[in-house]
Design a protein around this ligand. Sequence first.
Ligand SMILES: Nc1ncnc2c1ncn2[C@@H]1O[C@H](COP(=O)(O)OP(=O)(O)OP(=O)(O)O)[C@@H](O)[C@H]1O
Length: 285
Amino acid sequence: MRIEVKNLSKKYKKQHALNNVSFTLEEPKIYGLLGRNGAGKTTFMDILSGNILASEGKILINGKNPFDNQELTESICLMKEGDNFKKDLKVKNVLKIFSYFYPTWDHKLADDLINEYNLNLNAKIKSLSKGMESSLGIIVGLASKAPITIFDEPYIGLDAPSRQKFYEILLEEYQTEKRTIIFSTHLIDEVSLLFEEVLILQEGSLVLQENADTLRDSTCAVSGNTEEVELYIKDKEVIGKKRLAGTMTAYIYGSIEEAKKQGFTAEGVPIQELMIYLTDGKRGA
Ligand SMILES: Nc1ncnc2c1ncn2[C@@H]1O[C@H](COP(=O)(O)OP(=O)(O)OP(=O)(O)O)[C@@H](O)[C@H]1O
C-alpha cells in the first residue's frame, strides 16, 4: 500500500508533535522509524492508524484518508509498547476479537506463536507479566498479516532471546509475504539489520529518509584536520559535520577506502550513530 504523508502537522496546545512533515512510503518494505524521545514517532503512527486526526496536512493510504475508514483500518495493525488489550479479557478472547477484525488473520501462525511464546490461552491479560503481554502484542501484530503492520517499541519486558525470536519470525514472515512493516525502536543496533529503509524524526521534523543499504554501504565518517577535511568533502554529498578542537568528523556519502587513501581516518557509520548525530540539537556545522 502506498502511504503519502503531505505537510503533516500535529499540535498539542502550543507544542508541535509533528511539524510539516512530508514523505512517501512507496512499497511494502521494513521501515525503521527512529528518533529520540518526544520526536513525534508515536504521534505519526497514531495518525497513520486512523486513531487521531492531524492538525494540518494529511496522510493518504492508496489515496484515501485512514481516519474513520473501516476498509483501511482493517488493513492496519498498530501494536504499541503496552496497553494494547483490555485487562479483563483472556488471551483466547483477544485472539478471537483480532481474528474477526482482520480479514487477513492467520490462525495457524497465531497458534504456532502462542506455543512458541508459551502463552496460556485462558490467562487474563491482567495476570500476564510485562514480557508475556509484549509477546501477545507481537503475536497479534504478526498474525494480523495486515498490509500495514506497525510495531511501536513492542518488546517491553521481553528478554533478549525472545526479542531475537521475534526478529527471526518477522523476517521469515516478511520473506514469504511482503507487507509494509513500520518499526519504531530505541534498540537500533539490535534491529537495524532488519531495516530496508530508515526515517529519522527530530523534534517533529523529518531529517532523513534513506535506503538502509545505502546508509550501511555508502556512508562514511571522515576525520582529520578541519581544513583538510573541509577541502576533501567540498564536492561530496555531506550529511553533517562535527567539529572538535581543530579536528572535524564529516559524515558523507562516499568510500571509506578513498578517504583512507587520502590519509584520513575513515570508518562506516552505524545507523545508531547517524541517528544520534542527526538528532543532536547542539550539532554544529
Ligand atoms: N496526548 C498528548 N497531549 C499533549 N502532548 C502530547 C500528547 N501526545 C504527545 N505529546 C507530545 O508530542 C511530542 C511527541 O510525542 P510522541 O509520543 O509522538 O514522541 P515519540 O517520538 O513517540 O517519543 P518516545 O520515543 O518517547 O515514545 C512530545 O513532546 C509529547 O510530549
